[in-house]
Design a protein around this ligand. Sequence first.
Ligand code: FES
Length: 103
Amino acid sequence: MSNWIEVAAEADLFEGAGIAVAPAGHDIALFIVEGEVFAIDNQCTHGNAQRCDGFVEGHNVECPFHQAQFSLRDGSVGCGPATEPVKSWPVKIEGGRVLLQLA
Ligand code: FES
């Protein structure tokens, strides 16, 4: 069952920075890398930091607190101190709108 929800305009996104969106009570960070949009949970699994404020390098984002790195592709941990991955969300673009599949 698909449940696609519009969360932003593609024009809201910029290479090298994330934005936070909150569809249906979720806290999700959106990123765009080389024209492709990625969505992962915004809250770090190591502490009270938000990934949308992190440093983007390639297809990874670095947590602003302790520099753990997470893959924008699948939320996996590339570098500690975090050990728990974050959830990644399916993304599609339609007519310049960013949609996430929440269920
Ligand atoms: Fe993110 Fe510590 S709060 S690595």
